[in-house]
Ligand binder design. Structure first.
Ligand SMILES: Cc1cc2nc3c(=O)[nH]c(=O)nc-3n(C[C@H](O)[C@H](O)[C@H](O)COP(=O)(O)OP(=O)(O)OC[C@H]3O[C@@H](n4cnc5c(N)ncnc54)[C@H](O)[C@@H]3O)c2cc1C
Length: 476
């Protein structure tokens, strides 16, 4: 195809969607669609298409299948494993779900909410709240990520230990398959054993098996009170001990348990001093706990104070504060969620999103820290994450004052191998919640069970024999 002649597919797509919703680089700046969130990689799309409904998604897929042009689905483009942008070839169609953002239906007796895939997560939470319910999926990118992207990556976030991952919050999906057919699976059923679970196959498939166009989600009763506490703990082992005590004494009320290393908090203090990180110079690790209570705030506070008293006596907590107001609670969560952005301000680092059994976390951290410090003098470790789920964002930052680009060039492969081998030693996963994308696709064969990987390749081939949907992501 010459540079000047438009691809014949563009004409077909424009006829189906209208000119305004088939964007090309010669007319529009496509950088927000083509650049990954961390700004490490920039792709180049043949076109960006913005369908308004499921039928239009189906039309796009059929036209692309006929033209043998591959399709990359995109929601909010907040993914952290480079899965939602086109490759550099200029031959892929980027399918943005952003216009499909309607709330279709709320069934308060069935406790379900049906929304289109392009709904921003925060809007889904608000729709649930307006109906008097809780939709508990919550993560730092909730103001821009979409529910379709959350389901496609099986996102985790901060409430997993009580409510589960995105997968656990979804009862049904509507999906456009690689042939352009529509799988009508928007059931609000909690029980349906009529064969293979296609919903769960699609969830976490990162756009490689189908395009999610709508979802039926679970709603939960709104807690009467949500209280947070911030605790300084002497070590990772003490954080794990505190988690055990919190499970024992708060039961299902324990809805969040995040751990943060001192260096991670020092970055928030450095780049967002106005947030006033509490106690951060006192201890090597900190925990943010959330207690949701179905009775009252007074009841929640009483239980929290009892828990913290036990923890002080045990020695696993050195100092703690319980939020006095909703705004203090929000500020504590904001500090935790600002770690991701503070790292960006500090300069690119080598990111890991790992999980190991909670009982192994202290040994994993001690041994991996030691290996990295031996390998790279002065290396700084940004360690934080969802300890309640055994999931750490274990990131490796260049030594103070070092050239970040040179650090990544020189050390990224070695650091990844070292961390992944440590994860394997402790029986963990190299991607706990962010997915595989193109960033981890080449590492997967070394760390995934070979039979599992083989089955995944067969499934991909069976459902998408042309390799049309998000090729090069998850499995090759
Ligand atoms: C500040 C910050 C904090 C974050 N915190 C967390 C966290 O706590 N937990 C967590 O799990 N993740 C977290 N993430 C990662 C990211 O936000 C999530 O993975 C999110 O679920 C992605 O949603 P999205 O709409 O932006 O998807 P995108 O980035 O657009 O896409 C992600 C993947 O899903 C595919 N996809 C998107 N939409 C569809 C669709 N409708 N159908 C099929 N495939 C589709 C894409 O092709 C791509 O492979 C964070 C990211 C940021 C920037």
């Amino acid at each position: 195809m010459s540079n000047t002649a438009p691809h014949p597919l563009l004409q077909t797509l424009r006829e189906r969607l209208g000119h305004a919703h088939v964007l090309t680089a010669d007319q529009t700046d496509l950088s927000s669609y083509e650049q990954d969130w961390r700004k490490r990689i920039r792709g180049k799309a043949l076109a960006v298409v913005r369908p308004a409904n499921t039928l239009e998604v189906s039309d796009v897929i059929k036209a692309c299948a006929q033209a043998r042009v591959s399709v990359v689905p995109q929601g909010g483009n907040t993914g952290l494993v480079v899965g939602s942008i086109p490759d550099a070839s200029g031959t892929q169609v980027l399918l943005s779900l952003q216009r499909m953002n309607a709330v279709r239906h709320i069934d308060t007796d069935n406790l379900t909410l049906t929304v289109e895939a392009g709904c921003i997560l925060q809007n889904v939470q608000q729709a649930a709240e307006q109906a008097g319910f809780l939709f508990p999926l919550s993560l730092g990118a909730e103001g821009s990520c979409t529910i379709g992207g959350n389901l496609a990556t099986n996102a985790g976030g901060t409430q997993v230990l009580r409510y589960g991952n995105a997968r656990d919050l979804c009862l049904g999906l509507e999906v456009v398959t690689a042939t352009g057919d529509v799988l009508h699976g928007l059931s609000g059923l909690r029980k349906d054993n009529t064969g293979y679970d296609l919903r769960n196959l699609m969830i976490g498939s990162e756009g490689t098996l189908g395009i999610i166009t709508a979802a039926t989600l679970k709603l939960f009763p709104m807690p009467a009170a949500q209280l947070t506490a911030w605790a300084a703990v002497p070590s990772v082992a003490d954080a794990v001990k505190l988690l055990g005590l919190a499970h024992q004494h708060l039961g299902a009320g324990l809805t969040g348990f995040e751990m943060m290393g001192q260096f991670a908090l020092s970055l928030v203090d450095k780049h967002y001093a106005h947030l006033r990180v509490p106690l951060w110079q006192d201890s090597p690790y900190y925990v943010l706990l959330e207690n949701s209570d179905s009775e009252s705030e007074a009841h929640a506070r009483e239980r929290f104070e009892h828990l913290l008293e036990l923890a002080f006596n045990d020695g696993c907590v050195r100092d703690a504060i319980v939020a006095e107001s909703l705004s203090q609670t929000r500020n504590l969560w904001h500090i935790r969620e600002s770690i991701t952005l503070a790292q960006v301000d500090e300069g690119l680092n080598i990111k890991h999103d790992i999980s190991v059994p909670i009982s192994s976390i202290p040994d994993f951290v001690a041994q991996t820290d030691a290996l990295l410090k031996k390998e790279i003098a002065g290396v700084r470790l940004v360690n934080f994450g969802h300890l309640g789920d055994g999931n750490l964002h274990y990131n490796v930052q260049a030594p103070e004052g070092a050239d970040t680009a040179a650090f990544l060039r020189e050390h990224e492969d070695t650091v990844n191998t070292l961390v992944y081998q440590s994860v394997r030693k402790f029986g963990g996963s190299i991607s706990a919640e962010h997915g595989v994308g193109s960033m981890k696709v080449d590492s997967l064969p070394d760390y995934k069970d070979p039979v599992a990987l083989h089955c995944m390749q067969h499934i991909k081939h069976a459902l998408d024999p042309q390799g049309l949907l998000n090729p090069g992501r998850v499995v090759r």
